[in-house]
Write a new protein. Sequence first.
Length: 292
Amino acid sequence: MATIIDVLSTATAALAHPRSVEHVVAGQPTSDGAGVKLTRMLTQPLQRRLDPYLMLDAFGTDDPQDYIAGFPDHPHRGFETITYMIAGRMRHRDSAGNEGLLSSGDVQWMTAGRGVIHSELPEQQDGRMEGFQLWLNLPGRDKLRTPWYRDIRHAEIPTFTTPQGVTVRVIAGASHDVEGAVQREATQPLYLDLELPAGARFSQEIPASHNAFVVVYGGELAIADTLVPAQRMAILANEGDGVTLEARAPSRALLIAGKPLGEPIAQYGPFVMNTQDELVQAVRDYQSGAFA
Ligand code: FE
């Protein structure tokens, strides 16, 4: 059920102390799964800086050869994956018995917890495939919890439009009193998808202790005195009371923030734990069939 409300002054008013941009990142072209071409925007060296987030992949192509092989069966343990389809259709099946079809505008939120094996396969032969996959860490105490999964349809994502015509989809957290589709106590994720007409401004309060970044995937945004073009990620400095974005062209962007866990991060491919011993155990459990 979509919530359409008009937010009065708060979304367009400038913040007293907006964050500046610390760093603009282009991402790293790579391929994953059975040969899906993608750009890794949040890479492993940024995991500490952007704690509680571990990875962000962007995919966007009109060439079926770039995506058709998909991601056949593979495991995950110790974190959550959030897949947001901007365009295209992807089918998901996992060892916990969940199955779903993600279509344009849908979000899939999966908590791998103690372990799932899943596949993510395109359900289209041609046409555009575009979207994002974000990895959100779990606190050590929850890394072996029961897996959880939810498909959130486009129409179910709480959405509002500001007086300047900015459309805000609140995937997680809350924005201007609109509660998002998912809440997490330990990491307090904020995940907004923004659609801004040229010239429009949007402000979002963010606690200074939370790490935050903006991924522009259409148009161009001004953040404080930095211009951020499409296909770039801006890491926001941890200061002030939030962020103000101003669209220099019709723009699309993700605004993502979260409360850092401050725990050790040990990663081996699709397993993310706190220690090397826990990684060894994850590989053992996977090989002995404990995820199935
Ligand atoms: Fe996966």
